[in-house]
Design a protein around this ligand. Sequence first.
Ligand code: GTR
Length: 402
Amino acid sequence: MKKILLFSLVTLSLQLSAQEVFNYDEAKVGNLPLPVLLTPDVKTAADWKRSRRPEILQLFTTHMYGVYPGKPAHMHTLVQRIDSNALGGTAISKQVRLFLAKGDQAPFMDILLYLPKKTSKPVPVFIGCNFLGNHTISGDTNILVKQVINPVALGFQERRWEAAKIIEKGYGLATFHYGDVEPDSSNGWKTGVRSRMQEELKTAPEAWSAIGVWAWGLSRLMDHLETEKNVDAKRVIITGHSRLGKAALWAAANDTRFAAVVSNNSGEGGAALSTRWFGETTLRINTRFPHWFIAAYKQYNEKPETLPFDQHMLLALIAPRPLYVASATEDLWTDPTGEFLAAKAAEPVYKLFKYEGLGVSAIPAPDHPVGKRIRYHLRTGKHDILWYDWEQFIRFAKEELP
Ligand code: GTR
């Protein structure tokens, strides 16, 4: 018995140490060819839309994120609070509970929407999920605090959202806590939408993933924004940081109502190429966060180079819409070069639509954004989303989504 125990302990520690080998040396990355984005038969934007795009979307569905259910039939809302003097009197805030099915016991998302007060017409809006609850995105004392996430302080993540500054630039901001649709843990599916709405959505829990549900929640937020008369629903810019950046990309791949897309430090399983051995690996992400992707993705743990796609193809699904990929110098875990190269490799599809891509072939110096319809920057600093990033995203939105 003891021997067996010892043996399994040794095997376990060997497995763990095998998992912990992470490469940060560009010389060791190798030069694997990327899976082919444009097959020879795809010569025009029309060919892309008709055949290659659906094919690629299907690959990501089958091997990585799972299915993307449609809009539930019985959504309804309850306006919880409106404050016409928010953010120092510059904004109107609206808090809406969006029920995803019939009745008041249905799963819901609590939406927080800020709109600039000074405006004569519907405004474009930045949207994204938040990590720690709506009450953490600004110090606004009108924000309703949920009991479950109460311990995290009001305004704790204000520096990541900068709502007042975004409003001042003429944009709205809408968010919900990602845990509303599925708690971020391996058991989260049991209490989230995947389990509670399987009948309504006619989708088994294992047919999609946590990232899939968060992305789907962003589409439901979009459904709601389409009913807000002061929102310009044709100019909704979807954003996300880190794991929520992965969700934003997947949402935009499926839902073309998002007019522009921002991925901030989304890394492995987001904007970074999986076949590059640098920073986080497929094995590690699938072991540490088994719920993020469907089971099929795990067959690539040891050999991501055998995937029938790579993340440049996810970025290409955004085309011809404006796409911004942002990395940070000290955030090597997300593989900034892998993010840049993925954006670069998505260019041929933008070119089919006659849009300019990044305009450079090597990763730019820190704090020097490059590109036009596809943009990229490498901010100096850590894994984070800061005002510097937002400033670039706002400039990008003004230029590409006027
Ligand atoms: C890390 C994970 C990354 C990234 C990040 C985050 O632990 O390895 O893929 O998503 O979390 O979301 O902050």
